[in-house]
Design a protein around this ligand. Structure first.
Ligand code: 0L1
Ligand code: MG
Length: 267
């Protein structure tokens, strides 16, 4: 990690408990840097690693990872300038076309992403776009439901990384494709909310090519001393800005070549 740790082990555990409480009981908290202004990106990942350790100890299964803040639209929307990563567990997954509860979320937003499923282990540093494509079994369309636990969706990079990159729920669907069969860089995406188009974009918005975001994720994992195992489900980041949702809303994300992913939101 390019920045050093400033938090003690006690601080890391304390902040992790604060984030875990907000995530599991769905309430907003001030961003962590209000109390720890010197907090670094390395500190954020230390809190996130502690959160992952706790969830796994509680029986959650690690399914994969997500790259976040990988498009200019998202970076502008959230006021940060570096991408991030977070982990995904089985408890966050929801089936295609399902009703997703909002009462256990703080202020959910949805974004369209290309997801990758890997067939061989990816190891950094030095992971490249081509290495990602070679290691990919298939890609599929996905919608991520993000839910920053920070009041007013206001945060900085160390805080959002500690909050596991705002990870909350995710839905995969549509039609799985081999990466060699489509041009992953130029996929068009349209998101509809309650039948109206609310945002659209092209996959190149994600660092020029969604596989580039997966390579970045693998290289960050290497800095954390980890690899991306075969069989991982990995989301490459929102192609457009994230759209707020509330009970009663229905979402359809239509992806060129990959089909669509839908869900509705209930109380
Ligand atoms: O998946 C994402 O791009 C979210 C990263 C965290 C920032 C946010 O909550 O929008
Ligand atoms: Mg995302």
């Amino acid at each position: 990690m390019s920045q050093h740790l400033t938090l003690s082990r006690e601080d890391i555990v304390r902040l992790c408990e604060r984030v875990e409480g907000a995530q599991t009981r769905a309430y907003a908290i001030p961003k962590l840097t209000d109390e720890y202004p010197a907090m670094t990106i390395a500190d954020g990942y230390a809190v996130q690693a502690e959160l992952r350790r706790r969830f796994i100890a509680q029986g959650h299964k690690l399914i994969g990872w997500k790259a976040g803040l990988t498009s200019k639209a998202k970076m502008l929307q959230m006021g940060v300038n570096v991408p991030s990563i977070g982990f995904l567990t089985d408890r966050m997954a929801r089936p295609e076309s399902s009703a997703i509860k909002t009462s256990d979320l703080v202020h959910p937003r949805v974004e369209c992403e290309v997801a990758f499923v890997t067939k061989t282990t990816l190891t950094g540093p030095g992971c490249t776009l081509q290495m990602v494509l070679d290691a990919t079994d298939y890609v599929l369309p996905a919608v991520e439901i993000i839910d920053s636990r920070f009041s007013g969706f206001k945060f900085d990079l160390p805080s959002v990384i500690a909050d596991n990159g705002s990870s909350a729920r995710y839905v995969g669907g549509g039609r799985a494709r081999y990466p060699d069969d489509i041009d992953l860089r130029t996929l068009g995406v349209v998101m509809e909310k309650n039948g109206e188009i609310v945002t659209m974009g092209a996959s190149a918005a994600v660092l020029g090519h969604p596989a580039e975001a997966i390579a970045m994720l693998v290289n960050i994992l290497a800095e954390l001393g980890e690899v991306l195992p075969a069989g991982s489900f990995v989301m490459s980041g929102g192609i457009t800005e994230a759209i707020p949702v509330k009970p009663g809303d229905s979402i359809v994300a239509r992806f060129q070549e990959l089909g669509s992913v839908s869900m509705r939101f209930i109380d």
